[in-house]
Ligand binder design. Structure first.
Ligand code: 3HC
Ligand code: NAI
Length: 686
């Protein structure tokens, strides 16, 4: 039974048990509905406590049911039934009360929670609006301003914050159900507060709504749900309860079937699937209680900060005292800036720094559980580091490289205990970016690979298993994107037009702006290495820019010019001349935004398909996560592979054919053709 009722004197305790997260499936809704009827009819019951078994209160509607037509009893009707119950219901919250789960709690007359609980309406993150009265009841309880913030961002509140604003009526430190029953007995002696449906709401001015609309548009560029959620909240403030509920439901149902909601659901499930590569089922990871980072440069300091954020003691190792000093002060800079932005308190920053031990002596690593190497991208330097680590570290310590392009097998060649080695590829800045590519070498032991995934969870990162190849998943696709961006310039587009089109598609930056920000030199170095391997990387314009030391913002110019101290990209005559020279002999075309996007995105998908073909990625959804969490591909488009499937793979192939015949892209690969024929990428994965 999903719902169990027990009686503690005149208080009934309804316990919902639907693992893993007590989602409101149809069966659960029905069982809860039946419970309200039965308890209203039972004269011995004076109040009802609603609690949940397992790790959390109700995490929301069952997202898996969103692909099917809604079935009764509908959630809004259940919430209304609880709200209209003759006896007061008290939601007893632990874990999370999210979406429909919080809406059920809003239907209850009271809400109590353990201090570690959180509550929220994250529906916009799934491309929908709350569908069971959240936008109508929350502003009546918390005020319009707070409701606008919670609903349009989807961000949860922790219970003590919610208690401070009256959304939670009491915090319960010890036994939640016992505390909730005691709370019920207390309130029975007093007049009950009005049901939320009967409470007044004070409507803010037009100025408030205009400012809120501007903030939402700036924060959620391209997304449909946040402005629609704001519209629901405005109705709630300006119309009567039932009209606002009807408007919210209509909006919810319209968005539930939208392309954005399907894309965001895809990402929701992809993020959870990525944490569990099938081959690791049942494998126990190595326990990580301490870590070291070798190299205190750009990546090393970010990785050290991320490890400290997860409360792991960190030893930072540099090659000499001067470099060590720079590294330590950069780690401190990260925490100082978090204090300035109000993200952490000053004492927390001090405590994070106190957990960093700085040394130039590898002997200090004899007892660490995990070492992450982030020294120069130079094979010999890295090989030397791993020889030293293998000699000094415990045999069961995990040794990881953060290399971007070098072959992990070669880096670890000849070390003692190669089974403890793997690639952990972080993205810059490593304390911010969510993606972690996890790259097993041939000898990596399963428990060491599982440790990569456990570490990602500790650090709050999205793990994606990647195979060994030049650039793993993300940088391999990036090479194709950059080549396509240059082909566009050779055939008549400008950097500004390409960047604007990709921003219009939803990326935070276009490919040329992004290169100017990160620096053109790293990719140039990588192309040089590729040439020594006999490869012929395609970057005719970037090569010319680098020859003139136009490395991007840091050298005062790259694809654009920059005025000193100003990061605004300005179209450059020098670059136009370089493009014109490189483009000699190329046929020119007119490019509109849609055709620019198609020239960049479909070849990206084609490379993603090759990545699946050679098993560098396990699933198309993993490729999507890499692009979303490492490269800013809009989440609401679901990642390139989902976007292509939703668009129609036959149409993608048609678009590739149209440009590949002119040499502007590679033709569709076998795997893409297979996926089109069989109705999706997963059907071709062996
Ligand atoms: N529906 C269906 N399945 C869900 C779910 C949901 N709402 N929430 C989580 N799950 C599943 C996950 O897919 C996962 O399944 P798997 O084990 O088969 O992969 C399992 O539950 C565990 O999830 P997590 O790995 O995320 O567990 P955590 O313990 O790390 O996190 C959580 C728990 C914080 C509750 C997190 O799962 C979460 O944020 N869930 C989604 C909450 C949400 O978005 N709710 C709103 C839904 S929409 C809605 O309610 C509409 C309403 O307004 C009408
Ligand atoms: P960086 O040049 O900023 O830092 C490298 C640091 O390593 C320097 O501080 C240097 O003093 C130190 N170092 C060199 N040899 C050492 C040794 N033997 N022992 C200890 N320290 C030593 O380089 P960055 O950008 O941090 O890159 C580091 C690694 O991370 C490279 O392999 C790079 O490919 C990879 N990477 C870089 C990304 C980026 O965006 N910068 C993204 C992802 C991976």
């Amino acid at each position: 039974m999903a719902v169990n009722i027990e009686y503690r004197g005149e208080i009934a305790v309804v316990t919902l048990d639907n693992p893993p997260v007590n989602a409101l499936s149809r069966a659960v809704r029905q069982a809860l509905f039946d419970a309200t009827e039965a308890l209203d009819a039972d004269p011995s019951v004076k109040a009802v406590v609603l609690a949940c078994a397992g790790r959390t209160f109700i995490a929301g509607a069952d997202v898996g049911e969103f692909e099917k037509p809604p079935e009764p009893p509908h959630l809004p009707d259940l919430v209304e039934r609880i709200e209209r119950a003759e006896k007061p219901w008290i939601a007893a919250i632990h874990g999370s009360a999210l979406g429909g789960g919080f809406e059920v709690a809003l239907g209850c007359r009271f809400r109590v929670a353990v201090p570690s609980a959180n509550i929220g309406l994250p529906e916009v993150r799934l491309g929908i609006v709350p569908g069971a009265g959240g936008t109508v009841r929350l502003p009546r309880l918390a005020g319009v301003e707070m409701a606008v913030d919670m609903v349009t961002t989807g961000k949860p509140l922790v219970a003590p914050e919610a208690a401070a604003t009256g959304v939670i009526d009491a915090l319960i430190e010890d036994d939640l159900v016992a505390g909730a029953v005691a709370f019920a007995r207390q309130v029975l002696g007093r007049p009950l507060p009005n049901r939320l449906r009967d409470r007044a709401i004070s409507a803010p001015s037009d100025t408030f709504w205009d400012a809120a609309a501007k903030a939402v548009a700036a924060r959620a560029r391209g997304e449909e749900a946040p402005p629609r959620a704001l519209a629901c909240l405005r109705r709630a403030a300006e119309q009567d309860f039932d009209a606002a509920i009807a408007f919210e439901r209509e909006t919810f149902l319209a968005l539930r079937g939208s392309a954005q909601a399907a894309a965001l659901r895809h990402v929701f499930f992809a993020e959870r699937a990525a944490t569990r590569p099938p081959e690791l089922a049942g494998t126990v990871p190595v326990s990580i209680r301490s870590a070291a980072v070798i190299g205190g440069g750009t990546m090393g300091v970010g990785i050290a900060a991320a490890l400290r954020d997860a409360n792991l003691p960190v030893t930072l190792v540099e090659r000499d005292a001067a470099a060590l000093g720079r590294g330590v002060s950069r780690v401190r800079g990260i925490f100082d800036s978090a204090v300035k932005r109000g993200r952490i308190a000053a004492d927390v920053a001090a405590e994070r720094m106190a957990g960093v031990t700085a040394t130039t002596d590898y002997a200090g690593l004899a007892d660490v559980d995990l070492v992450i190497e982030a020294v120069f991208e130079d094979l010999e330097v890295k090989r030397d580091v791993f020889q030293r680590l293998a000699a000094v570290c415990r045999y069961d310590a995990v040794l990881a490289t953060n290399t971007s392009y070098l072959d992990p097998e070669t880096i670890a060649e000849g070390i003692g205990g190669p089974e403890r080695f793997l690639g952990l590829h972080f993205f810059s800045p490593a304390h911010v970016m969510k993606l972690l590519e996890i790259v097993p070498a041939k000898a990596t032991a399963p428990e060491v690979l599982a440790t990569g995934f456990a570490l990602a969870r500790m650090l709050g990162k999205i793990p994606v298993r990647a195979g060994t190849c030049d650039g793993f998943i993300g940088n391999r696709m990036l090479k194709v994107t950059r080549a396509q961006a240059e082909r566009l310039l050779l055939s008549g587009a400008t950097p500004a037009a390409v960047d604007a089109a990709m921003r219009g598609f939803g990326l935070p930056m276009g490919p040329f702006e992004a290169q100017d920000l990160g620096g053109l030199d790293i990719a140039a170095l990588q192309r040089q290495t590729a040439r020594t391997r006999g490869e012929t990387p395609f970057a005719p314009i970037a090569d010319r820019l680098c020859a003139q030391e136009r490395f991007g913002q840091k050298s005062g110019g790259g694809w654009y010019d920059y005025a000193p101290g100003d990061r605004t990209p300005r179209p450059s005559d020098t670059v136009s001349a370089i493009i014109a020279e490189a483009a000699e002999g190329y046929p020119r075309r007119e490019w509109d935004e849609a055709s620019i996007v198609s020239m960049i995105v479909w070849p990206m998908v084609n490379e993603g398909a090759r990545i699946l073909e050679d098993k560098t990625a396990l699933r198309a959804s993993d490729v999507d996560l890499v692009k979303i969490h490492g490269y800013g591909f809009p989440r609401w488009r679901g990642g390139p592979m989902h976007y292509a499937e939703a668009h129609g793979l036959d149409r993608v192939i048609g678009a590739l054919d149209a440009v590949s015949s002119d040499g502007l892209a590679d033709p569709a690969c076998e795997f893409l053709l297979c996926a089109a024929a069989r109705g999706g990428f997963s059907a071709c994965i062996r």
